[in-house]
Unconditional design. Structure first.
Length: 478
């Protein structure tokens, strides 16, 4: 079973614009275990003038107390307050013990970055800044969702987190939320640029570095044989390494990037268990709690920074001989189609690198009027056959999907078109076929061409499925 999608803390009224961090922590300490008294104390301190539009005093008081209770919920979300015992957590006690607000905010910011997904929020914000995006609220939510986060619609979870980080100087206190990289490095020991390097590492490389980093907690930068290092990593992570490509895919690139030092090994690219390895200061400075675990939710890091690639360039790359370039182009095409259809990409089931750039599978979800799950199968092959569609139907049943999108740079066999029409008539699934003519129109006219095609396909599916209602009602009445 895949891991659950990450969430951001729900701040509610727990934000710098609503309360004083120091004072609310003091109030919680002064009323241990007495929720009612604590809510009244918070109400009196921060919300006694709220809800003035309520003319009934009892209604006004109730709304003020609700807002005070929301402060406690927000404090709990940030790990400062235990709703079960109605007392401060160890983190809350630590913040209260700080000698002044400046150190209190910095300690809280460090906690947010380390334990509340704050570093991932900053990394997403940094990408928006690099793309020249100035308005933050909605674009940052979209960016986080593309990275696998599950957020409520029109949420303020991410913006309130940035407000707290602004109190510590991590980001600027204006609408741009410019990041101060020096403050981030001081709080975490790691720059966002280093985080970006980590994100684009391959899963086997990250696994190996995690093992070396954990060993470094005890042994520092001590060397060990390459064979011993691989055995330790396999014991921790399982058989994630290609034994015949250790030098080419593991030791050499990690050495070149400054993560490890490595001596020995052939220059042929095969094998590589000879010699010794050791973590570098760069690796030892990494906080493993801050770097992503690589659970594969969202858009892969190596593709996120290429999402602005034009459709014309994607089409050109689909025609080159290099399989890696073709594979990246096919993945970008799948992501562009899903995003321009108003969907949130969740994860690739099959990445193009494993198929020589011939196909990719992408799972995406939408919540336009109701929730829907979509499977995108993109094929850079001459013909899509009935077997290809049948495989996706099976996957749709397993993943409880609603829509199958088959995309090809070639053509669909007549049996695929016939089976797609049959599914529309007889099954709950819908199948969308996107071939070369639509890809060309999509390149020329952009999102509008895709939207028109999807709308036409939806209309056709609705007409084809309408008889199902009559048949179902007849069965029920019979």
């Amino acid at each position: 079973m895949p891991p659950s999608k990450p969430h951001l803390p729900e701040a509610n009224e727990f934000s710098p614009g609503q309360i004083s961090l120091r004072e609310v922590l003091h109030l919680a300490q002064d009323h241990p275990g007495d929720r009612d008294a604590l809510i009244e104390a918070i109400r009196s301190a921060f919300f006694s003038d709220a809800a003035q539009k309520r003319t009934d005093p009892s209604e006004r008081l109730a709304q003020q107390r609700t807002r005070a209770g929301n402060v406690l919920i927000g404090m709990s979300g940030y790990g400062l307050f235990d709703l079960r015992t109605q007392t401060l957590t160890d983190v809350g006690e630590q913040l209260l013990a700080e000698p002044n607000d400046a150190t209190r905010y910095r300690t809280f910011a460090r906690h947010i970055l380390r334990d509340c997904h704050g570093i991932e929020v900053l990394d997403a914000l940094r990408d928006l800044h690099l793309r020249g995006v100035s308005s933050i609220k909605a674009p940052l939510q979209i960016e986080l969702e593309s990275r696998g986060f599950e957020l409520p619609r029109a949420t303020t979870h991410h913006t309130k987190m940035l407000q707290w980080l602004a109190c510590a100087g991590v980001v600027s206190d204006d609408r741009t939320r410019t990041i101060d990289e020096s403050v981030v490095a001081a709080l975490t020991g790691m720059s966002l640029a280093t985080l970006e390097e980590w994100e684009v590492l391959k899963p086997a490389q990250r696994a190996f570095l995690r093992t070396l980093r954990r060993r470094g907690e005890v042994h520092g930068s001590d060397e060990l044989t390459a064979a011993e290092a691989i055995d330790l990593a396999k014991y921790e992570h399982g058989p994630v390494f290609r034994e015949d490509q250790l030098a080419a895919q593991l030791f050499r690139p990690l050495t070149a990037a400054g993560w490890i030092s490595w001596s020995g090994g052939s220059r042929s690219g095969r094998g590589g268990k000879s010699g010794t390895v050791a973590p570098t200061p760069k690796l030892l400075a990494i906080d493993l709690e801050l770097v992503p675990a690589g659970d594969e939710w969202g858009v892969p890091a190596d593709l996120r920074r290429r999402l602005q690639t034009s459709l014309a360039e994607i089409e050109r790359d689909l025609e080159v001989s290099d399989t890696h370039t073709k594979g990246v182009a096919l993945e970008l095409l799948a992501l562009r189609l899903a995003t321009d259809a108003g969907l949130t990409p969740l994860r690739f089931r099959l990445r193009a690198a494993s198929t020589g750039g011939a196909e990719v599978d992408l799972v995406a979800e939408g919540s336009h009027l109701m929730f829907s799950r979509w499977l995108f199968q993109c094929k850079n092959t001459r013909t899509v056959t009935l077997a290809d569609l049948a495989k996706e139907v099976g996957m749709a049943v397993i993943l409880r999907a609603h829509v199958i999108v088959l995309v090809t740079t070639g053509r669909f066999s007549s049996s695929v078109e016939g089976y797609a029409a049959q599914l529309a008539r007889d099954h709950h699934l819908q199948v969308v076929l996107i071939g070369r003519p639509l890809i060309d129109a999509y390149r020329a006219n952009g999102q509008r061409a895709l939207a028109e095609h999807l709308h036409a396909q939806a209309q056709a599916a609705m007409r084809a499925k309408r008889h199902q209602v009559g048949e179902g009602l007849s069965t029920m009445s019979g």
